[in-house]
Design a protein around this ligand. Structure first.
Ligand code: PLP
Ligand code: ZN
Length: 477
């Protein structure tokens, strides 16, 4: 390369570094917690997650300085040139949207975010969409979409000098919390339903040093216990009821838009469990529209498992304003086995604002969709596959808000395939039934799930001729 060309690249790089330094995104902004219902405000330094008057959930609200969308987009891209964690992290790169941190040393990050985004041809053919994109949040450091939100919540815990944090979990929250709390030198306390956590996730909580308390009961009971005991012993709850979780998770919105060169998709599809994810998409979209980054809102589409779908039941019932929990939720997609989702009001608000929709899918539909995601060469855990299964269902059955085959749709995959390998192996060996026991691995109970896209292992003796034949036969198939 000629010297003059090199010199101009060096000068561009130096200018970039100057811009990054001059706009460091740390300030003394006003931050408060605001009740989503009565709008009462509380100091953000209070370790509360609900309105003290009416018990409703809270939003983090800011007195934002003026934001110029074009300048901001350039700055967010430029920050990737820096080697500082706060600039490279896919959460903190967007810290101008979540100005509750005063200085970089407070940030607890594992370089989360910046996850894989790709056009999904096979999954697109499966559901009947030309422009289907997959955003794989299972590529985060602990293997699930929980990491961006957890980075924010543990950073806030650090702001408040917390010594311990607690969560109830279906597995991924506990893995993420344990990892981030560990980095922040706080004690992670995990309360989980015994025998209902996939081993990939349980192993993480144990390895990362969490005090792991198993209860005989389901997630909803574990959540209730957390809410009851946390204030009594002064530890900070970091389930998605914590509004700072939503702040970290909302950065998936600018990240997706960046990955689509700021072309707004028509729809974003997410699995629904405790409903923090859908709530955070809504907050991110709302704020970016207010600041003028985007003009339209993609429809938020939530997918629940049929045996665990209280939000679906609510919106399709004769009394769509009346929320009723599902008492004994059932699904092999253990991550979303939740009957009493804590963020249902925020999720409904998001669906209404974006003219979105909600659907539910069967165990068979989840298993089929998961196998198709595997064929993309990526894979996901069962709960994540509900995004693809739900899209297929809406395409086939239609709703009063049908999906146009020409729509640009982003389906979010929430967890890594390695989180729950038992499910995948049972499926591909044609032994998956809708009630297998995670701990005893007894798969004979319950209704058999058909392994429609099975790729079973082949057992042969150590016979080179037979092995050669198997390979050649497969090549010709
Ligand atoms: C893999 C996976 N997908 C989806 C969900 C549901 O997300 P949310 O609880 O935010 O609705 C969870 C929650 O634990 C999860 O772990
Ligand atoms: Zn209130």
């Amino acid at each position: 390369m000629k010297d003059s060309k090199i010199n101009s690249f060096v000068s561009i790089k130096n200018q970039g570094q100057e811009v990054i330094k001059a706009n460091n995104g740390f300030s003394d902004n006003q931050v408060a917690l605001e009740c989503i219902y009565c709008k009462k405000r509380y100091s953000s330094s209070k370790a509360i997650n609900r309105c003290l008057d009416d018990g409703r959930t809270l939003d983090v609200v800011y007195d934002f300085p003026k934001i110029d969308p074009e300048e901001m987009k350039a700055l967010w891209s430029l920050r990737r040139l820096s080697n500082k964690t706060e600039d490279r992290s896919g959460v903190w790169r967007f810290r101008d949207l979540m100005p509750f941190v005063k200085k970089p040393s407070k940030i607890i990050s594992l370089n989360e975010g910046n996850t894989l985004f790709f056009r999904a041809k096979k999954a697109g053919d499966f559901v009947g969409l030309k422009n289907l994109y997959i955003k794989h949040q299972g590529m985060n450091p602990t293997g699930s979409f929980k990491d961006p939100g957890m980075s924010a919540a543990i950073t806030q815990a650090n702001n408040m000098n917390m010594k311990a944090v607690v969560c109830a979990s279906t597995g991924n929250t506990s893995a993420a919390m344990a990892a981030y709390a560990n980095r922040a030198e706080m004690l992670p306390v995990v309360i989980i339903p015994e025998g209902q956590i996939a081993y990939g996730k349980l192993s993480q909580a144990l390895d990362y040093g969490a005090l792991t308390i198993q209860i005989k009961g389901d997630f909803d009971l574990a959540m209730q216990i957390v809410i009851d005991i946390a204030p009594e012993i002064g530890i900070y709850v970091v389930n998605s009821i914590n509004p700072f979780r939503i702040e970290g998770q909302k950065t998936i919105v600018p990240e997706i838009l960046e990955q689509l060169d700021w072309n707004v998709p028509d729809r974003i599809v997410v699995p629904g469990g405790n409903l923090g994810h859908a709530s955070s998409l809504a907050k991110g979209l709302r704020e970016l529209k207010t600041f003028g980054f985007i003009k339209k809102l993609p429809r938020i589409t939530i997918v629940q498992a049929a045996g665990s779908g209280p939000l679906y039941n609510m919106v399709t019932s004769e009394h769509p304003d009346f929320f009723e929990p599902v008492l004994h939720p059932k699904t092999l997609a253990t991550a979303i086995k939740i009957g009493n989702p804590i963020s249902h009001e925020k999720a409904i608000r998001g669906i209404k604002e974006t003219d979105g929709w909600i659907t539910k899918v069967t165990e068979q539909e989840i298993a089929d969709a998961k196998a198709i995601v595997g064929q993309e060469g990526i894979g996901c855990e069962p709960a994540s596959a509900t995004s693809i299964a739900g899209l297929k269902k809406i395409m086939e059955q239609g709703t009063d808000r049908p999906v146009d085959p020409d729509e640009t749709v982003v389906a979010i995959l929430t967890g890594n395939i390695l989180k729950d390998p038992d499910y995948t192996v049972l499926y591909h060996t044609d032994r998956l039934s809708d009630e297998y026991d995670l701990q005893t691995k007894i798969e004979s109970k319950g209704k058999k799930i058909k392994s429609r896209f099975m790729n079973s292992p082949v057992l042969v003796g150590p016979d080179p001729q037979k092995i050669k034949k198997l390979i050649l036969d497969r090549l010709q198939a």
